[in-house]
Design a binder for this molecule. Structure first.
Ligand code: BGC
Length: 249
């Protein structure tokens, strides 16, 4: 069974066809920069381009960087505020002409890591972080997702945490991963004091540099790099669609 996984992010819209039994990408990943401004029309148009790139006609799973309930987008931290209140699922389905399951991008990445990556067979409270344009969070309790957590937006030093500790904040401030590590560590310590997770998995763009900053973290929680790297969001979106959509076996 194959499903097209799409991962709509603040900087790039990525996709690949995924074998949902194994979580393996059956095509290379294709990426198109997220349009700026990332309005509903512009983003949907880019999603359509990705679908055409793969000449795909089947079901689709799509991660999107916002709170999503029943297909409706409720927040817009790194996309146009015009998304708020829009039925993203319906808009994509109408433009593409195929069934689409939509979920938060970090939840998608977390699902993939829990099933097939760093969180496999891990019980207890696991927090997946996607550290990229923003900080996305996915919370799992004994493998079950608590959807739509927005813990990248806790307040630290009077600021939205992701504006200090995301990978794009690091780039904006011209910091090396070593120089950024204390900010990220402060975030991990705060979030750990609130949630007491058993494991934190770090994914997103920053996961590529895990070896550079991990030795500098003082937080007293096990912290592992995501294993599926930048593919986690694509794979998780496809796995989610497989579970959600009425797809003939
Ligand atoms: C958004 C989240 C998203 C995260 C990662 C945050 O700014 O509020 O919904 O998961 O960025 O893209």
């Amino acid at each position: 069974m194959q499903i097209l996984g799409l991962d709509i992010g603040g900087s790039g819209i990525k996709g690949a066809i995924v074998d949902v039994a194994t979580g393996v990408l059956v095509t290379p990943r294709h990426r198109i920069p997220t349009p700026n401004p990332a309005t509903p029309e512009a983003v949907v148009e880019t999603a359509v381009q990705l679908v055409q790139h793969f000449a795909w006609r089947g079901p689709i799973g799509c991660g999107f960087p916002a709170v999503i309930k029943g297909g409706i987008i409720h927040t817009a931290a790194n996309v146009s505020p015009r998304w708020i209140g829009v039925n993203g699922r319906q808009m994509l389905e109408q433009a593409i002409g195929a069934p689409v399951a939509v979920l938060n991008d970090a939840d998608a990445a977390g699902l993939a890591e829990m099933r097939l990556g760093a969180g496999r067979d891990r019980d207890g409270v696991v927090l997946m972080l996607t550290v990229g344009t923003g900080i996305g969070t996915a919370l799992f309790v004994n493998g079950v997702l608590v959807p739509n957590t927005e813990l990248g937006h806790i307040e630290i030093r009077g600021k939205d945490a992701e504006s200090r500790a995301s990978d794009s904040a690091r780039e904006r401030k011209g910091l090396s991963y070593q120089a950024w590590a204390p900010r990220f560590d402060e975030y991990l310590q705060r979030i750990s004091a609130l949630l007491w997770p058993d494991l934190i998995i770090v994914g997103g763009g920053a996961s590529k540099a895990f070896e550079k900053f991990a030795p500098l973290l003082a937080v007293h929680v096990e912290v592992l790099p995501a294993q599926l790297r930048n593919e986690a969001g694509i794979i998780g979106a496809a796995l989610y669609a497989h579970e959600q959509l009425p797809i003939p076996a």
